[in-house]
Design a protein around this ligand. Structure first.
Ligand code: URA
Ligand code: SF4
Length: 228
């Protein structure tokens, strides 16, 4: 796919999302939030669902949680325009309740298609609902800051997933916020490792165990990768 074709494919998915009535969340939305970012990026960030500000503006992570996400990205020299940012459900759950399993299932085909188009090397999950979609059964408290192979059935053909806490959880608890900065510092190494495995032929879920980042060679962290 050329960059222009990728952009057009993402725009087409976004148009479908904005008109979608596949689950009950469409009834309460002001605007659906398809997601946004660079069509040629290697890194996709997946949150939970739109909040009040996102619902009003139709854009992901534009409230306080988004401000923290931007600060976390800045610590590794990345800008939000260089990644792709989206959510597990594209419409705001009422009163910011958790998305229900049937809503997540109804909405997932959009994220699958976005991942098919973007073909990222690295997926960063933000929070447990996003994590659960990529590593079923994983617990956020044990999984944050670690890198795992992604099942191609998710839509991402050859990607690794790196788990982080949700920025909104970090805003509620200083220890989670500190941990989030530590985890963000691991993203460059995670991307380097994801690139390395892709170039070696791509991960298979069978053959690759989860890789705790502190087991990686120290020199892989020296050269923080830029996305563009
Ligand atoms: N929280 C999320 O999970 N997603 C957003 O887009 C904003 C806040
Ligand atoms: Fe459609 Fe997803 Fe919105 Fe449900 S949350 S109405 S599936 S776009």
């Amino acid at each position: 796919m050329t960059p222009a074709e990728r952009r057009a494919a993402l725009d087409a998915i976004a148009a479908e999302v904005r008109a979608c009535t596949r689950c009950r969340l469409h009834a309460g939305r002001t605007q659906a939030v398809p997601g946004e970012g660079h069509p040629d990026t290697e890194a996709v960030f997946v949150g939970e669902g739109p909040g009040m500000h996102e619902d009003r503006q139709g854009r992901p992570f534009v409230g306080r949680a988004g401000d923290l996400l931007v600060r976390l990205l800045a610590t590794i020299g990345w800008r939000r325009e260089e990644v792709f940012i989206t959510n597990i459900v594209k419409c705001r759950p009422p009163d910011n309740r958790d998305p229900e399993p049937d809503e997540i299932a109804a909405c997932y085909p959009y994220l699958r298609r976005q991942l098919e188009v973007l073909d990222p090397a690295l997926i960063v999950t933000l929070g447990r609902h996003s994590l659960g979609r990529f590593i079923p059964g994983a617990r956020i408290g044990q999984t944050h800051g670690t890198l795992h192979p992604v099942d191609p059935a998710t839509g991402a053909r050859s990607a690794m997933v790196y788990a982080m806490y949700h920025p909104a959880a970090a805003l509620r608890a200083p220890d989670v916020e500190r941990q989030s900065y530590d985890d963000a510092a691991g993203i460059p190494t995670a991307l380097l490792e994801a690139r390395r495995r892709r170039n070696a032929g791509g991960p298979t879920t069978e053959s690759l165990a989860a890789a705790p980042l502190d087991s990686l060679p120290a020199d892989s962290a020296l050269d923080a990768p830029t996305l563009f």
